[in-house]
Design a protein. Structure first.
Length: 86
C-alpha cells in the first residue's frame, strides 16, 4: 500500500484526504512530534482541509433534488436549494 502522505493533496479523494487529516490532528494533539515535523504536518493538514472544502463545494454544486410534476411523478431535476432546511 503506497504512503498516502507522499501523495500530492490534489490527487487524493475526499475520503483519503479526510482520513489523513484526521490522522494529522491526532498526531498533533498527542504532542509527540518535534517542532519541525509539527509545522510540516500542520501545513499538510491545512492543504488537506482546503482540498476537502473544494471537493465538498464541488459536490454540493452537483447535488440535485427531484422536482415533482402536477401528477406527483418526477418531472425532472433542479439545483439544490441552498436555503432549504434539512
Amino acid at each position: 500500500m503506497p504512503d498516502i502522505a507522499a501523495t500530492p493533496v490534489d490527487e487524493l479523494s475526499f475520503e483519503q484526504a479526510l482520513k489523513e487529516l484526521e490522522s494529522i490532528v491526532q498526531e498533533l494533539e498527542a504532542g509527540k512530534v518535534d517542532l519541525e515535523k509539527s509545522i510540516e504536518r500542520y501545513e499538510r493538514g491545512e492543504a488537506l482541509k482546503s482540498h476537502c472544502e473544494r471537493l465538498l463545494k464541488a459536490a454540493e454544486g452537483r447535488v440535485e433534488k427531484i422536482r415533482l410534476g402536477a401528477n406527483g411523478k418526477p418531472a425532472g431535476v433542479e439545483p439544490l436549494d441552498d436555503d432549504a432546511p434539512f
